[in-house]
Design a protein around this ligand. Structure first.
Ligand code: SAH
Length: 363
């Protein structure tokens, strides 16, 4: 058997900036003084201009292009389904290189466009009102798989101009970002890079169900806006709808949020999905204001989005408004988030794919 001398192709998107420089120096033998320049050119061409063919890398000498071509691929996962809502929201089902499927959603508004991306395939949290919660955790996404969602969406929208179509990114799709902390951290670094995708930290929101032991670390290391899926003003109610509350109590979350707000100097957004007869009473609203008094925050009341088989009902619109007014009268900001993309199961908590964890044994 002869040993193959052919080097295995690497995928560009598996590199962070540091890795790319290393690759250019070790695998391509580019001379030391040119590495930074070449790394920057490559990074900018791909992340800023949407380059898909190394052959079109006009600022690279032809020989270098062909060398690069044989060593790395710019292949991105494919979209296997596109759904467009009546309200303009677009949901893409993406098939990753390993066959798993993940969803991301683009929500256009008058003055901005938000891309909602996923951090895991499936989820472990099992929040009772969330569709993703009915899908077991299949896997943590690698940072490249988080970034692919942005790249694929930008490609679809042809979003390579200075004036961006995707102006904001929210990690509010499938999964719990803080249970995939390291990959989310690297993905945010890549999103943040000025020579690349160039999303400032104030253009990115990470949403968590409240993994208390990661929150203040994230303030220091990730530093984006934080959204906390609170959804209930007491441990009793929260525990009924979010099993994670057995582990991390509201008191712990409040302490962590104080820290987060102190470090990032920004308000935290509390997300509160309104479930009829469960968490939408006037008493609940008053209890919520007591929590809001403890750290800088605002609340986003979310219309509950139903999905097949769920047992909850949305709160009536005027009850939502009453709830909101109690909070505003107490001096806090409360907004009601209009649901988008419901008709394509693209709204909050409606994402779910068919990917299943491969069983290793047969029962
Ligand atoms: N695990 C993270 C990221 C998911 S974000 C988190 O919990 O924050 C998705 C947001 O949509 C969360 O606030 C989630 O609680 C909310 N959500 C889940 N199911 C929903 C539903 N059916 N209707 C409206 N919002 C829902």
């Amino acid at each position: 058997m002869s040993l193959s001398l052919e080097k295995k192709q690497k995928n560009f998107f598996d590199f962070n900036y540091q890795d790319l420089k290393q690759f250019l120096s070790k695998d391509l033998n580019i001379e030391e003084k040119k590495i930074s320049m070449r790394a920057k050119q490559l990074w900018q061409s791909i992340y800023k201009k949407g380059l898909v063919e190394i052959n079109n890398l006009s600022n690279f000498p032809i020989e270098l292009r062909s060398q690069l071509n044989s060593l790395i691929s710019l292949q991105k996962p494919k979209i296997i389904k596109t759904q467009k809502s009546n309200d303009g929201t677009i949901k893409w089902l993406i098939q990753l290189h390993d066959g798993n499927e993940v969803e991301c959603v683009f929500i256009p508004e008058k003055t901005r466009g938000t891309l909602c991306i996923s951090s895991q395939v499936g989820c472990t949290l099992n929040c009772r009102f969330c569709h993703t919660g009915t899908q077991r955790l299949v896997k943590n996404l690698n940072f490249s798989e988080i970034i692919y969602q942005v790249m694929v969406a930008k490609e679809q929208l042809n979003d390579w101009q200075e004036q961006k179509k995707i102006t904001n990114i929210v990690l509010m799709g499938m999964g719990e970002p803080f249970y995939n902390y390291d990959n989310v951290k690297i993905a945010v670094e890549i999103l943040n890079d000025k020579d690349g995708l160039n999303y400032g930290k104030k253009k990115i929101t990470v949403s968590t169900a409240g993994i208390a032991d990661k929150i203040s670390l994230a303030a220091k290391e990730i530093g984006t806006y934080l959204a906390l899926s609170l959804h209930a003003p007491t441990d009793e109610i929260r525990e009924l709808i979010m099993p994670i509350n057995k582990k991390f109590k509201i008191k712990d979350l409040v302490e962590q949020c104080k820290d987060y707000a102190k470090i990032t100097k920004e308000k935290i957004t509390l997300e509160y999905v309104m479930l009829r007869g469960i968490n939408d009473s006037e008493t609940c609203a008053k209890q919520l204001t007591k929590i809001m008094a403890q750290f800088p925050c605002k609340v986003n009341l979310i219309e509950f989005n139903p999905w097949p088989g769920v047992n909850y009902l949305p709160t009536e619109r005027n009850d939502m408004e009453k709830f909101s007014k109690i909070i505003q009268d107490a001096g806090y900001v409360s907004t009601i988030r209009r649901s988008r993309g419901q008709d394509i199961l693209g709204a909050c908590g409606q994402l779910r794919t068919e990917s299943e964890r491969k069983k290793t044994t047969y029962q």
